[in-house]
Design a protein around this ligand. Structure first.
Ligand code: PHE
Ligand code: ZN
Ligand code: ZN
Ligand code: ZN
Ligand code: CA
Length: 295
C-alpha cells in the first residue's frame, strides 16, 4: 500500500477552508459552501478518471448532495465502499469535522488513479451531504439503493474526524470485543476492524475500540446488514490520563476542543494523526480491494 502524502491531504483542507471563507464561514447543508465543496471534490475525481454522480436530495427545504465516485473495473458484484461526510455544521468551516475524513479518502481515491490500480473488488468512494442534520445523505443513498445493488456492497469504511488536535486512535468496535457500548454489527465488520487495526500495529501505535453505535454515516449501512468499519480520533469526549499516557496529548481536555465550533479551522488539525489515518485508509483500500482471492 502507498504512503499517502500528508501535504496533499492538507492542500485539500486548505481548499475547504478557502471555500468556507468565501461563503460566510461555513460548508453546511444548504449553504453555497457545501455545493462548492462538492464541486471541488467532484472536479478532481472526474479529472482522475472516476465515474462520478452528484446525487441530490431535499432536506429541511434545502437541496443536499452526495458525491459518488466509481473507479472503473473490479468485480461489480463485490463492492468496497469508502465514505466521509463533506458537510460542516453552520457554526464553522468543519476542517477536522469532517474536512479531515473527506480529504483523507480523496487522497486515497486519487492515489488509486495515480497508480492505475486494477483492484479485484469494485471501488466506490462517497462524500455525504447533511450528516450533521442526522445522517441525511447516507440515509438517502441507502433508501434509494435497489436491493440487488445493495447486496453487491460487501463492506463500507467510514472516516469522520481523523485529525483531532488532542488525538486518540480509535477503531470502530464492530464486534464489540471490548464488551461495552453498542454492537456487534453485521458479520464481516470484525474483519474490517482487524484490517484497520493491522495498520496501526505495523507502525507501533496502540488503538482502542469506540462504540459501534451508528453515530456517523456507517449507521444506515449497518442497519441494512452491510459490514462496516472506520477510524476516529475523538470529538467532544475528554482524554483520560490513561489515554494521555498511551498516546500523548493533554489529559482532562477534549480530543477536539473546537468540535462543532467556529475554531474548527486548518489550525485545528494534528498532522501526525491525520497522516497516520490517511495511511491507514490506503492500507485498508489496498489490502481489501486487491486481495486475491477477494475477501
Ligand atoms: N458524527 C459525529 C459528528 O459529525 C462525530 C462522530 C464520529 C462521533 C464518529 C462519534 C463517532 O459530529
Ligand atoms: Zn459533526
Ligand atoms: Zn462528523
Ligand atoms: Zn472489536
Ligand atoms: Ca464496544
Amino acid at each position: 500500500p502507498p504512503d499517502i502524502p500528508l501535504a496533499n491531504v492538507k492542500a485539500h483542507l486548505a481548499q475547504f477552508q478557502s471555500i468556507a471563507n468565501a461563503n460566510g464561514g461555513t460548508r453546511a447543508h444548504g449553504r453555497p459552501g457545501y455545493l462548492a465543496s462538492a464541486n471541488y471534490v467532484k472536479g478532481l475525481l472526474d479529472a482522475a478518471g472516476y465515474t462520478t454522480t452528484l446525487q441530490s436530495f431535499t432536506y429541511n427545504g434545502a437541496t443536499g448532495y452526495n458525491v459518488i465516485a466509481d473507479w472503473p473495473g473490479g468485480n461489480p458484484d463485490d463492492i468496497l465502499m469508502v465514505g466521509a461526510h463533506l458537510d460542516s455544521v453552520t457554526a464553522g468551516p468543519g476542517i477536522n469535522d469532517n474536512g479531515s475524513g473527506s480529504a483523507a479518502i480523496l487522497e486515497s481515491a486519487l492515489e488509486v488513479s495515480r497508480q492505475a490500480l486494477q483492484p479485484t473488488k469494485h471501488l466506490r468512494f462517497a462524500w455525504w451531504g447533511a450528516e450533521e442534520l442526522g445522517l441525511r445523505g447516507s440515509q438517502f443513498y441507502i433508501n434509494n439503493l435497489p436491493a440487488a445493488e445493495r447486496a453487491r456492497i460487501k463492506g463500507y469504511l467510514n472516516f469522520d474526524m481523523v485529525g483531532s488536535p488532542n488525538a486518540g486512535y480509535f477503531i470502530y468496535d464492530g464486534d464489540n470485543s471490548d464488551g461495552t457500548g453498542a454492537g456487534p454489527g453485521p458479520a464481516g465488520s470484525a474483519a474490517l476492524e482487524q484490517t484497520l487495526q493491522s495498520y496501526f500495529t505495523s507502525i507501533g501505535v496502540p488503538t482502542r475500540g469506540t462504540d459501534f453505535d451508528g453515530r456517523s454515516d456507517y449507521g444506515p449501512f449497518i442497519a441494512v446488514g452491510i459490514p462496516a468499519g472506520g477510524t476516529f480520533t475523538g470529538a467532544e469526549g475528554i482524554k483520560s490520563s490513561a489515554q494521555a499516557a498511551l498516546w500523548g496529548g493533554t489529559a482532562g481536555q477534549a480530543f477536539d476542543v473546537c468540535y462543532h465550533r467556529a475554531c474548527d479551522t486548518t489550525a485545528n488539525i494534528n498532522d501526525t494523526a491525520l497522516d497516520r489515518n490517511a495511511d491507514a485508509i490506503a492500507h485498508a483500500v489496498w489490502t481489501i480491494g486487491t486481495a486475491v482471492p477477494p475477501v
